[in-house]
Design a binder for this molecule. Sequence first.
Ligand code: IPM
Ligand code: SF4
Length: 458
Amino acid sequence: MSKTLFDKIWNTHVIAGQIGEPQLLYVDLHLIHEVTSPQPFDGLRSTNRRVRRPDLTFATMDHNVPTKDIFNIQDQMSRLQMDTLAKNTKEFDIPLAAIGDDKQGIVHVVGPERGLTQPAKIIVCGDSHTATHGAFGAIAFGIGTSEVEHVLATQSIWQMKPKTMGIKITGQLPKNIYAKDIIMGIIAKHGVSFGVGYAIEFYGEVVEKLSMEARMTMCNMSIEAGSKTGMVRPDQTTFDYLKGREQAPKRFDDAVAYWSQFYTDDESEFDERMTFDVSELKPMVTWGTNPGMALSMAQRLPGIQDENDQKAYDYIGLHPSMKPEDIPLDYIFIGSCTNSRYEDLEIAANMMAGKHLAPNITAWIVPGSRAIRNQAIKNGLAKIFIDAGCEWREPGCSACLAMNPDKIPAGKHVASTSNRNFIGRQGAGSRTHLASPAMVAAAGIAGHFVDISSEDFV
Ligand SMILES: CC(C)[C@H](C(=O)O)[C@@H](O)C(=O)O
Ligand code: SF4
């Protein structure tokens, strides 16, 4: 019988339970960060249990890292969370990439970078953007705090099997249009909850040509469509990315042979299907307070349909029928697990090379990991950013959610490569406009958003 990629991985991991009820699944990789792990470890201690597979668990520090002066953690809560993670990982023998460490970075950036994220695995983390790892053809999803404890203790998790949705991406990607625009375009069209209850697989000719970095950006934002899991079939691009990475399988050819069995046999197997054509896609930006409140550079800000729109407009300080070019920007932020990988920085640096930021703009460039940071310094990207007038920071979540000193001030507008534009997300009263790294970099130079896909843009 033909099966989906999702079904094949699921079926190889069921330990107990029947379809239609929660099933117990084996977990191949458990990623941990400082925010959602303190209680689970307390739970283990209070019941005198150990971590079942510390070797399949990996911890990093990301949310609370001060990206300017990494060891100078002023905030008491942040410091407590970091110290607690260091203490817990030591006590339970879990590998930790602490601040300053070569392997440290945003959890969803370092998993793939180390080669821990691999096809056909089940990967969990107490973090909603775990969907990112699905780009490798893994089932990867965020879990709650009590589930983190369960996985630590048993290396397994109870889950209801979701339905599957195939999103076929067709057409030709226009100039300067990226994976970020595709996923933002899909969410703008179908809303922030169409994926609830579904595991999404992205497929089709456009996806096949995307780099691993771009696939990660798409899968990362599946959660913003309500789906806990976004995935892409593993292929040669996936295998080439993984080859030679620190934690990649040593018998690599055998691994590739195994991974190659994991694909959707027939698209008619999806419970739900949709198609998204990118040929006419324009750069996307958000105007409101959820990722679905977005428009393309060819549109004007929408009219007020309901109370939610009114609230969003009141918060964001804009008005209907404005052009996206007229959104007054104060900051640009290039970072987060959506868009802080080397390729993202390279695209942004290309936009900024030999140019300088507009006088109204403050820019923070925050690489997703120390490895990326080092590579960007070595290859001259950091210099381009610094010469353009940007602040070049240390790796961490930074202004993506402002759980650290990187906060956008109240009332200020930021063009951001992150994934959420919720009220207060990037600092109390901050006003977020999500976009691709190329768009955000170009906005930094121009001082406002510009249509980088237009013929006139050079
Ligand atoms: C802090 C963490 C639990 C949270 C998440 O789950 O996503 C954060 O990473 C976010 O992006 O909002
Ligand atoms: S970068 Fe942002 S979205 Fe990603 S894990 Fe950190 S806070 Fe969450």
